[in-house]
Design a binder for this molecule. Structure first.
Ligand code: AMP
Length: 113
C-alpha cells in the first residue's frame, strides 16, 4: 500500500535487518528494541492489522506464528518470550501494517496496560 513503511520494507525499498524471509513473510529486527531480542514478523501483503485479516488468510496467519516460534528457537529464547500484536489506536498500534512482535532475552513484566 502506498505510503506504508512495512510495505516498503517488504519490497526492499527501505532497509531492514532481515532475520527471515519467504514468499509470504518477512521478519526483521525492530528499529527501537525494548529487549535484547525484539523482532517483527509481517505478511508481505498489506493487512492493516489483525482486525482486518480475512477468511482465507488462516494459513498465512498460522505461518506467521510458526515463524515466531522458529525465530525464538534461533535466538535461543529457552526461558520464554512474548508474541504480541497491537490493534488500532487504543491498542497502541503505530504502524498500520499487521506485525507480530517477538520480544525476549530478558524477564518481561507479567502485566498489561
Ligand atoms: P506498533 O507500535 O505495535 O505498531 O509497533 C511498531 C513497531 O515498529 C515499533 O516497535 C517500532 O519501533 C517499529 N518500527 C517502526 N519503524 C521501523 C523500521 N523502519 N524498521 C524496524 N522497525 C520499525
Amino acid at each position: 500500500m502506498a505510503g506504508c513503511i512495512f510495505c516498503k520494507i517488504a519490497a526492499g525499498e527501505l532497509p531492514s535487518e532481515k532475520i527471515y524471509e519467504d514468499d509470504e513473510i518477512l521478519a526483521f529486527n525492530d528499529l527501537y528494541p525494548v529487549a535484547p531480542v525484539h523482532a517483527l514478523i509481517i505478511p508481505k501483503v498489506h493487512i492493516d492489522g489483525i482486525n482486518m485479516a480475512k477468511e482465507g488468510q488462516e494459513a498465512l496467519l498460522g505461518r506467521m506464528l510458526l515463524t515466531a516460534k522458529k525465530i525464538a528457537e534461533q535466538k535461543n529464547l529457552k526461558n520464554g518470550y512474548r508474541i504480541l500484536t497491537n490493534v488500532g489506536e487504543d491498542g497502541g498500534q503505530s504502524v498500520k501494517h499487521l506485525h507480530f512482535h517477538i520480544i525476549g532475552g530478558r524477564k518481561l513484566e507479567a502485566k498489561f496496560g
